[in-house]
Design a protein. Structure first.
Length: 100
């Protein structure tokens, strides 16, 4: 991955503007590539940093078909669990609790 951490942070902030949230999978260049694990980890670290600053609320999104799980960042006022439920999405969301 040749994208710098500050560029990833900028992309996260742009994407939470509309529709209000973004999952790690939406930011990884090749989501299904096994070598993308490092990229996922780096993006998660940046999301956690944003959450520590109060810029985003973190959620754990789990796909109902297959059970894959991804970290997601949302605008703090978004209730992602309710949003996905109301839209009949094929995923559920649970608030992610940051470790101190």
């Amino acid at each position: 991955m040749s994208v710098l951490p500050n560029e990833i942070e900028e992309r996260i902030l742009q994407r939470i503007d509309k529709p209000g949230w973004v999952a790690t999978r939406g930011l990884v260049s090749e989501p299904d590539d096994p070598s993308a694990q490092h990229e996922y980890g780096m993006i998660e670290d940046i999301m956690k940093s944003l959450a520590h600053r109060g810029t985003v609320q973190l959620w754990r999104i789990t796909l109902l078909d297959g059970g894959q799980s991804y970290l997601a960042a949302a605008r703090p006022e978004i209730k992602l669990d309710k949003d996905l439920e109301q839209r009949g999405a094929w995923a559920r969301a649970e608030k992610y609790v940051l470790e101190e």
